[in-house]
Structures are given as C-alpha cells and as structure tokens.
Write a protein that binds this ligand. Structure first.
Ligand code: 16G
Length: 240
C-alpha cells in the first residue's frame, strides 16, 4: 500500500490514503478513525509517522481531535461563492441547511469614526449595533457584528434581527440592496469569540468586513463577521 522508494514522504502517502477513505465514506462524518496504534500496525510504520499524517489532516480541517475521546471525521466545509451579494439565510437555505440566529447584543450608539465614515454619517448620527451568532443546522458558523444607520431604518427592533435582516430590509422596509465591498483576512480566534463559536483556541478564523449599499449608492450596513475556518471555504470565478 505504501511505496517506500517514492520521493513522497511516508506520512504524506498515509495522509492521502486516509483522505481518500474519508472522501469515499469509509469513515463517515462524526465517526472516529482507527487509533494511532491500529494505523501504525496497519501501515507498518511508527506511531510518530501516523501522528504526523493525522495532524496534517486535522490542520486541513478533515479531522478533529477531542481530548481523551479520539480523532473524528469533520463535516465537509461549506463552499461559499464570493461573487454574489447574498444573505446568510439565502446561503444556507440554498444548500438545504436550516439557518438560525442567536441575538447576543442590540444597542443604539454613536459609532467609532471608521464605521461613521464607512456609513457616511454626520456627527451625532446613531447606529444600531447588533451582534448575532449565525447557525446552520444548529451548528455555529459565524459571529456577525452589524452597524446600521438609525436614520435609514428608524423603526427596527430586536425582532428585526431574529430571522433574515435582508428580508426585513427588502420586504418590510421596501428598500433595494444593490452592491457591497468586502475585505477578508485570516486570523486566530479570540477567547470570547471561541466560546461563542464553540471552538478551542488556538483556532483559525476568517474575518470579513462587508459594507453594503442600497440603490443610489447609499451605504446601509457595515458588518464585521468572524467565520469558523473549519466550516468555510470561499470560492470566486475569475476571468481573463
Ligand atoms: C451575510 C453578510 C452580512 C449580512 C447578512 C444578512 C457576509 C460577509 N455577510 O452574512 O453582511 O448582513 O448576510 O443575512 O457575507 P440575513 O439576511 O440572513 O440576516
């Protein structure tokens, strides 16, 4: 099964074989893979070598470890195209997943100058500052921290953020969402966010800031999102 003459290191060959077994469904999502001892016997290599293969698969998000319990097969990541301006609710529903939210903060405040500038606010203008954990099939996917100008939507309440905000804006408020700009950065999760996302630091996250505009190029939201890097991969179509 392994080619000891190959220039490809043994741990990479094992990694590849385990990957294929996961993709074929030999080890279904949520089940544990064989122990290091079993794998080292099966491949006739040291436990160190097997551990290296498993660590690489954990780092790639195909497996996850639970202390004292073992190593398990992770759910495949959600593939999120970055080309269209869609809402979280639309994104999850289009995959047959059930979206939900937990509102963890709702305040009206005067924002810092960077947000005020992005929303083209005047001095003294207030925003709703809303913090939500977004779930797909009851699993936490992201934290969204949203700033919306009160003057554009004077009558929003906590209720407006229980379901889809974009549906509220387009259906209840009768406004047309037209475009957005986004910035994306990688990072390591902070302690408080790790608890909210149910992950253990150190863990990778993707941070996205979106500034979205209504027709007429009026900025209506600044959203700072923290996505679980083990749950998401982002795709774009590019042309030349
Ligand atoms: C997405 C958007 C966020 C928007 C939300 C509305 C990114 C980075 N963020 O998560 O800006 O506020 O959708 O979703 O894509 P909702 O309509 O389900 O509340």
């Amino acid at each position: 099964m392994l080619d000891k003459q190959s220039p490809i290191p043994i741990y990479s060959q094992i990694e590849e074989q385990l990957k294929q077994q996961i993709q074929r469904g030999d080890f279904p999502v949520g089940t544990s893979i064989p122990s290091e001892r079993e794998l080292s016997e099966r491949f006739a290599v040291s436990r160190m070598t097997v551990r290296q293969s498993i660590t690489n698969l954990v780092n790639d998000g195909l497996l996850y470890r639970e202390k004292g319990r073992g190593t398990f097969v992770a759910s495949p990541k959600v593939e999120q195209p970055l080309n269209g301006l869609t809402s979280f609710t639309e994104d999850m529903e289009s995959r047959g997943m059930v979206p939900s939210s937990k509102l963890i903060g709702f305040e009206i405040l005067e924002p810092e100058s960077d947000v005020a500038q992005e929303l083209q606010l005047n001095h003294g203008d207030q925003v709703y500052f809303v913090e939500r954990i977004r779930f797909a099939d009851d699993k936490p996917m992201a934290i969204e921290r949203t700033y919306l100008p009160v003057k554009r939507f004077p009558d929003l309440t906590e209720e407006s953020f229980q379901g889809s905000l974009y549906a509220v804006i387009e259906n209840n408020q009768q406004q047309k969402i037209s475009r957005a700009t986004q910035r994306m950065e990688a990072g390591l999760v902070k302690k408080d966010d790790a608890d909210l996302l149910q992950i253990k630091p150190p863990a990778a996250i993707l941070m996205i800031e979106r500034i979205s505009f209504l027709e007429g190029d009026l900025p209506f939201e600044v959203v700072r999102s923290t996505y679980r890097a083990d749950r998401y991969k982002f795709t774009t179509d590019i042309q030349r």
